[in-house]
Design a protein around this ligand. Sequence first.
Ligand code: KIV
Ligand code: ZN
Length: 518
Amino acid sequence: MTKDRVLIFDTTLRDGEQSPGATMTHDEKLEIAELLDDMGVDIIEAGFPIASEGDFRAVHEIAKRSKNSTICGLARANFKDIERCAEAIRPAGSGRIHTFIGTSPLHRAIPNLTMDEMADRIHETVTHARNLCDNVQWSPMDATRTEWDYLCRVIEIAIKAGATTINIPDTVGYTAPMESADLIKRLIETVPGADDVIFATHCHNDLGMATANALAAVAGGARQIECTVNGLGERAGNTALEEVVMALKVRGDIMPFYTNVETTKLMNISRRVSTASGFPVQFNKAIVGKNAFSHESGIHQDGMLKNKETFEIMRPEDVGLAGTSLPLGKHSGRAALRAKLDSLGHSMADNQLNDLFVRFKDLADRKKEVFDDDIIALVTQNETVEDHLKLKSLRVVCGTEGPQTAELTLVVGGEEKSIKSNGDGPVDATFNAIKEIFPHGGRLQLYQVHAVTEGTDAQATVSVRLEEQGRIATGQSADTDTVVASAKAYLNAINRLIVRREKSAPGEDVKEINYKDI
Ligand code: KIV
Ligand code: ZN
């Protein structure tokens, strides 16, 4: 059976990062783009260059560094956005401008354009984009709620103006799989020039059907899937990259398509995106969830021992999960740590290894066995030299006899500051102490603790989400001491809030970008 190639267009750094609280730092974006490039993603949508100076810088730098992937930037339907986008992607070996406009009745009402005025705008802006770049993608936002005749009309205009990819977004996650397949099929049959372009599918997951809709669109004739790692994205998120890639791989018998993605790199990028965005991956998430390959019940374990295929349709190694391996301990040396890191897909330069080795020894002193997940938690600790706030020391007093207190020393912008505070429990006392040393308007929206491995000496991963004047930032950290992990996660969230403050004035966030300027 011959199989057709389906292009993978990853929008983790644009649609994913647009999700409230998922802000990533500049360095994190570069690292994730490098991983996507390395694993065979065809197109990386690296950001929305007009949205902020930070977005422009990230797209520009990713364009400079990309080796294999096409680097794409998003632009609304106006010349200023398109020119800024063209400038941002210029250094890429292969660059793409993705311009869009909301075509459904509800979206047309925002800029208050008639159907004819909008059609003219599409013609002008796609023509302008095409004059600046050979590779232009056009999207009718909310396509799945746009009148059929108008949708065909505007797609034809965009193709005639030079669009090379036509993306059909299900912006609000409203479509069902049979409609998704039928829509793409009918568009390809109906719109003049459709055979000369690639049709793409971009599905949101509001009804939990994004992956099914994307695959159905491929069956209908789409040859590009837009998706994000871990399904990150606004509201219920986007189609998950790892799900469509593995579905096409495992069910090639009924879906004769293939992608260029190296599936053994899925687990690693999932963890990196989770840490960078601060969004934990749900335990039962398909492909990359902690439980996706674990078999707890007796009957399952019995079946697995006899024949793995009894309960497994893909092998853990296929998605980058190493088989059971020996834990490290306090006698393990640098070479053992390096070998372990290599096996987990984290090759490191000598200076990075030295730093990690110190932290590994510290952990091994406190914990008898250091498992793979502990090592990954250590690697993904996201304290950086740019951090404004750092934890120096923390001592808490807790138990049945109150008051619970925290004695805390922070390094704030290079200067040490100490305080002792009370609270309703040790975590509350610690957060109060941080707030007294560094007053801020961040309101706690989420505080979540997970054990990384089994046992009472397990490391705890803590996630903290703060909201300040509409800006949201999520921090994460891990430590065998839950209160220390909590303090570090809280500081990480504040450090990200500070980055966010620099990125936008209140109310001027990427999410609040004004669609009247389509
Ligand atoms: O969901 C959507 O419609 C989008 C467009 C910008 C393509 O993300
Ligand atoms: Zn979207």
